[in-house]
Ligand binder design. Structure first.
Ligand code: CMP
Length: 144
């Protein structure tokens, strides 16, 4: 099933010049970049994006980190894109991530874990819409 998912290359990875390496992993896994932009989230935007975690003890520091520098948000498209992107990203905590995954290669801690990916179709829809309008997402074939 063709799907779209949202990824964020987080401020730690962008700051360490690892954005290209992260995108390369997604492309090699067969996912296509159909939208992308760089932005520096405001604290309030980070809080709104991660609202599902608002009761967690790490919420404050997560939002502080996510608004600490520029990140790259992108929409990836492909067969089973949500599952595929999460497999190539690896476990949230890089200590538990498998060899060859993005987080194993590039992440430094459970918080500064280089990359985010949507975890389910409903989440992907919310997260893509959070950053992109439908006109900013490329169609495979343009009609006009
Ligand atoms: P992400 O996939 O973006 O989803 C929520 C984020 O919260 C997660 O990656 C981490 O950056 C962060 N996170 C998850 N668990 C913890 C934790 N135990 N301590 C600090 N940050 C966490």
């Amino acid at each position: 099933m063709m799907q779209r998912t949202l990824t964020i290359i987080k401020p730690d990875a962008v700051g360490k010049n690892l954005a290209g390496g992260v995108l390369d992993c997604f492309e090699r896994a067969g996912l296509r970049i159909v939208a992308a932009k760089m932005l520096w989230l405001q604290r309030e935007q980070a809080e709104a994006f991660y609202y599902v975690h608002k009761e967690r003890e790490f919420f404050g520091s997560l939002c502080e980190f996510m608004s600490s520098g520029p990140c790259i948000v992108a929409v990836l498209e492909g067969e089973d894109a949500i599952k595929k992107a999460r497999a190539i990203m690896g476990a949230t905590d890089p200590k538990n991530a498998e060899e060859g995954t993005i987080r194993k290669q590039f992440a430094s801690s459970v918080q500064e874990n280089a990359v985010h990916g949507s975890d389910a179709p409903a989440t992907a829809e919310f997260e893509i819409g959070f950053f992109f309008s439908k006109f900013e997402i490329m169609q495979t074939k343009r009609k006009n």
